[in-house]
Design a protein around this ligand. Structure first.
Ligand code: 2NL
Length: 353
């Protein structure tokens, strides 16, 4: 401590010794403190309102006026020294903490990255998307609708009379006597004919329901895509052209297409469409059961009765319609032999598409 020009007598000497003692004790305690918390405690102990240094300062009244400035200055110096020491120690703690934190957060930018596995669309959704794109490319709209329908929209409007076997409780899920889970997406097309201006060029993709037992080719829930075109001067030739184009875009340019007469109550004339087997190209294999051909969809010219019921003048307008099963299309395209695979969601299966 530097020397002073002030007078310090015997009493002053005792106070000065006391201050020196406080200073030395405090500096020792500070340098051997072990944490921020104990440092704070030391500040309170020496410099706080009830601290040791403050106590000495409070006792200065007993000194003579000549002694006070000298002792006061010493006391101030002790306080400054202690504050400095606490501050330095505190900074040391903070720097140590910072270094520890930085060390724990080191990032090794040379470490190899973790490969993220990327998800993909379910094969059925891929088919829905692919078929949708093909028809959008030909100017069609994609329209969806409700899955619960009245008996009228699901059956009557399609020329399926009260006695038609499709209405049987064994094939259809009834919600009430007159409400059913749709058995096809045709009701969407009926609503569109009733409500939308002509001409219509649309497809209706979606879930449909039939009361079937689950096996390799049946499921009570499956997916269908129906299509409908209504305009003036539409012929079976338009139907053939559109569906042949679709088959080539979906299965590949090599496929040949065959229209085979069939019967549906809602179309007349009606046909089923076969393509040369995508696996054996017509030679005969297990996928086509030796036939060389496989059926991919049903179609026909919309029955005049169906047009009239939907409020369309069948003497002025004609149209064609078609329907295909999404599960079936996907199974044929990839030679999948069991429809249940689509619904079990085994990643090892799904990953292949
Ligand atoms: C099949 C056959 C078909 C239709 C669906 C249809 C819809 C309306 C009017 C007339 Cl609104 N027809 N749909 C026509 C022919 C066949 O589906 O085997 N589907 C899997």
């Amino acid at each position: 401590m530097k020397s002073f020009n002030y007078v310090i007598n015997e009493r002053g000497k005792i106070v000065k010794d006391k201050l020196d003692q406080i200073k030395n004790n405090a500096l020792n305690a500070i340098s051997s403190s072990s944490a921020l918390k104990s440092l704070d405690d030391l500040r309170v102990q020496y410099l706080g309102k009830k601290g040791e240094l403050t106590a000495v300062l409070k006792g200065m009244g007993a000194l003579t006026p000549e002694e006070r400035p000298a002792i006061g200055q010493i006391a101030n110096e002790v306080r400054d020294t202690l504050e400095e020491a606490i501050k330095a120690k505190k900074e040391q703690y903070e720097q140590e903490a910072q270094e520890k934190k930085l060390a724990s957060e080191i990032i090794d930018v040379t470490m190899p990255g973790k490969k993220l596995s990327q998800g993909k669309l379910h094969p059925l959704d891929q088919t829905l998307e692919e078929v949708g794109k093909i028809f959008i490319g030909m100017g069609y709209e994609i329209i969806s609708g409700r899955e619960v329908e009245t008996g009228y929209y699901n059956f009557d409007a399609l020329n399926l009379g009260q006695e038609h076997p499709a209405r049987d409780e064994q094939d259809t899920f009834y919600i009430t006597e007159d409400m059913v889970l749709r058995t096809a997406t045709s009701p969407v097309q009926i609503h569109t004919m009733e409500n939308q201006e002509l001409p219509i060029r649309m497809i209706a993709p979606g879930k449909v329901y039939r009361s079937d037992e689950v096996d390799a080719t049946h499921s009570p829930v499956f997916h269908q895509i129906e299509g409908l075109v209504i305009d003036e001067n539409i012929t079976f030739g338009d139907l053939k052209g559109v569906l042949a184009e679709f088959a080539k875009k979906f299965f590949g340019d090599k496929v040949q297409v065959k229209f085979r007469p069939h019967y549906f109550p809602f179309t007349e004339p009606s046909a089923e469409v076969d393509v040369t087997c995508v696996m054996c190209e017509g030679d005969g294999c297990s996928v086509c059961k030796g036939e060389g051909w496989i059926e991919i969809l049903g179609c026909g010219m919309v029955h005049p009765k169906v047009l009239e019921m939907a409020g369309i003048d069948s003497t002025k307008y004609q149209g064609f319609a078609f329907g295909m099963g999404v599960e079936r299309l996907t199974m044929l395209k990839y030679a999948i032999n069991d429809l249940r695979l689509f619904f079990e969601n085994d990643i090892r299966f799904l990953d292949q598409f």
